[in-house]
Ligand binder design. Structure first.
Ligand code: UDP
Length: 327
């Protein structure tokens, strides 16, 4: 069986990718420093604990497993934090990815699947964002991911590294089987924080800004189920193995929901009250990010099946009531 190196395989999206890779007949090798991930989430293949800044550790992992591809999830991913400490984002995300890409090229591993983000597009008024939209990030997180995309393009041209870049919109939900799920410490994302508030684990959800130029004044995002998202990665890997070359794909549902609409859906799904307080805007937040995901559907044959808000919140709620990890 073929190995795939999964950086960040102990994290939320990476662990779901490992499960999907195993189901597709690959052996996922998790490379993770456990700074935000959980060893309990590594269930589907070998675990190599290490940091992307450690070139020798990466070389040893490439030599040991001879992976046919890299899926690169490991990254810092909090917009707010990236505004407070941009250097941390450039150092960990950009320099770490450069080290990984150089190690992959040196090892002759030519297939690279990269987890990028809609935050590379920035705030573009009332536009549905497709892969040809300008990349104008307004926070250091988005800027760091755009820089890694540039590195991949350069290494593609110079070293023949072929890459599929996925630009994620807002990933939500959990494995419906309940084996793995979303668990961040500290948590910063809307849906898990809201479920915490519903369950009484925090006093209330704070809505970050109610004066945006949207119908109800709160930010609009496009939510995609983590299982649909990782299914696209399997298709992307096969795309590369079939020699179809470098390509960028957005991954979103194509539908936008405001923070208030997400709160209303959560109330309906859980049948419980959602304690909410209104707060100030969070630095770096875009007003509206909605995907045009036609390319992934038509070219990859991707069919998102669980990416309705009701299903995503329902899956997340089931995991939230039962699941957590320890290091
Ligand atoms: N949000 C919020 N309160 C929170 C966390 C998030 O109002 O406690 C909002 C945030 O301003 C954004 C949306 O929810 O408009 C999604 O934020 P999240 O951090 O989940 O993802 P991001 O879009 O930053 O990647």
């Amino acid at each position: 069986m073929q190995h795939v190196l999964v950086t960040g395989g102990a994290g939320y999206i990476g662990s779901h990718a490992c499960k999907a890779l195993q189901a597709a007949g690959f052996i996922p090798v998790t490379f993770d420093n456990l700074s935000t991930g959980w060893s309990d989430a590594v269930k589907f293949g070998p675990f190599e604990q290490g940091d992307l800044s450690d070139r020798a550790a990466l070389d040893a992992v490439f030599a040991r497993y001879q992976p046919v591809a890299v899926m690169h999830f490991a990254a810092l991913s909090q917009v707010g934090e990236s505004m407070q400490d941009p250097g941390k984002y450039w150092r960990h995300n950009v320099m770490g990815s450069l080290t990984l890409i150089e190690a992959a090229v040196a090892a002759g591993c030519q297939n690279f699947v990269f987890s990028s983000t809609c935050a590379t597009y920035g705030d573009q008024d009332n536009v549905v964002l497709d892969e040809d939209s300008a990349q104008l990030p307004i926070n250091a997180y988005g800027a760091s991911k755009r820089a890694i995309e540039d590195i991949l393009r350069n290494f593609g041209a110079s070293h023949g590294l072929t890459h599929v870049i996925f630009r994620y919109f807002n990933v939500a939900g959990s494995d419906p089987g309940g084996e793995i799920g979303e668990y961040h410490q500290p948590e910063t994302h809307l849906i898990p924080l809201m479920l915490d508030a519903i369950a009484g684990k925090r006093p209330a959800l704070t809505v970050f800004g109610t004066d945006y130029d949207t119908p109800d004044g709160t930010c609009i995002r496009d939510y995609v189920h983590v299982c649909d998202l990782v299914d696209a990665h399997i298709l992307g890997l096969k795309w590369l193995q079939d020699g179809r070359g470098n390509r960028i794909f957005n991954l979103g549902s194509g539908e936008g929901f405001s923070v208030r609409e997400v709160i209303d859906h959560s109330r309906a799904v859980t049948n419980r009250d959602v304690p909410v307080v209104e707060g100030a805007r969070r630095a770096g937040d875009c007003t509206k990010l909605v995907s045009g995901s036609v390319r992934a559907m038509t070219e990859l044959g991707w069919t998102p099946e669980r990416s309705t808000l009701g299903v995503m919140i329902g899956d997340a709620w089931r995991w939230h009531q039962n699941g957590h990890y320890d290091k």
